[in-house]
Design a binder for this molecule. Structure first.
Ligand SMILES: [Zn+2]
Length: 316
């Protein structure tokens, strides 16, 4: 699986920090501070694993170093393109401006010429309106200069998509592409509203399996699902790996992509995820090829960049 060229469109920077480097900075061995063992009792337990990474990602140097190390981890997994997401407002605790935060991450990513990367900025469901507008403004400022889209992340059960209509309208007005975490643990109607509000991709979207009408809507609107199977089991969105709807969605003709979500918190690489999918669902190498081509076509790159990546994907 390591040899397959891969695309990762859904991974969070703070959930994917290099563990060895975190240990070096903290000068101690980390056991389960950063990583979920198998399953969480609740979403809070999962989200608590982000506290330590966020506390480490507060200086220019650390933001740059962890971003660079993430690209190295991605190259080891033979990922040729990744869209990495994070919320810049979480990294200003030691006085950095949001612009400095984004620039430091970009500096780290760009240092590695072996992989192409871009950023998606996350608006958060628990932030207030003005804070999220600030994130939209930042995305606009860096658009096509390292940032390619906006996301909305956070507790989907507590705050549904309808609460954020004005933000989506503003993003649409500014022509900033959208992906929205929807239908992960929350109401599957969030998937419909995400489509209505202009999302071209949906983070997870696995609850679509509960209603054929939603699957039809996803297909009709040419929406791509960013699926992260291991993470879905850990957060209890899915009870066990073998119950994951990924194969059913794929067989229904839904455009799916396979992603890690959080490489460190979920303790997963794409190579490992592919192996699990082969074992539990009989996915084939040919399926993975097709899914990675889907991923390139539904990335937030321009047509020319997509063409270049497709060529790399098809090289021997
Ligand atoms: Zn996510």
């Amino acid at each position: 699986m390591e040899k397959i060229k891969k695309i990762d469109l859904h991974l969070h920077l703070d959930g994917s920090i290099n563990k060895e480097y975190a240990e070096k900075l903290l000068n101690k061995k980390l056991t389960d501070e950063l990583t979920i063992k198998e399953k969480c009792n609740n979403l809070k337990e999962y989200l608590d694993k982000f506290n330590l990474p966020i506390s480490l990602l507060q200086t220019k140097e650390n933001l740059e170093d962890f971003s660079y190390l993430l690209t190295k981890d991605l190259v080891n997994d033979n990922v040729i393109y990744a869209e990495i997401r994070f919320c810049p407002l979480f990294h200003t605790q030691k006085g950095l401006s949001e612009e400095e935060v984004i620039q430091s991450v970009l500096n780290g990513l760009k240092k590695n010429r072996q992989i192409k990367t871009n950023l998606i900025l996350c608006m958060m469901r628990n932030l207030d309106y003005n804070q999220n507008v600030k994130i939209i403004e930042l995305a606009y400022r860096f658009l096509k200069n390292g940032v390619v889209a906006l996301d909305l992340a956070g507790d989907e059960e507590k705050y549904n998509n309808d609460k954020f209509v004005e933000l989506f309208k503003l993003a649409n007005k500014l022509n900033i592409p959208l992906t929205i975490h929807s239908g992960e643990v929350g109401d599957y109607n969030n998937i419909l509203s995400a489509i209505k509000y202009g999302a071209k991709r949906i983070g997870h979207g696995i609850n679509a399996i509960k209603d054929l009408k939603i699957i039809e809507e996803i297909k009709k609107n040419n929406i791509t699902l960013e699926i992260c199977p291991t993470s879905n089991v850990q957060t209890n969105a899915i009870s066990k790996y073998e119950n994951h709807p990924i194969k059913k969605l794929y067989e229904c003709g839904v455009k799916i992509t396979i992603n890690t979500d959080n490489r460190t918190v979920s303790n997963i690489t794409l190579s490992e995820e592919y192996n699990k999918l082969i074992n539990d669902f009989n996915f084939t190498i040919q399926d993975f090829k097709l899914i990675n081509i889907n991923a390139i076509n539904s990335s937030f790159l321009d047509d020319n960049e997509k063409k270049q990546l497709l060529e790399i994907m098809n090289e021997k």
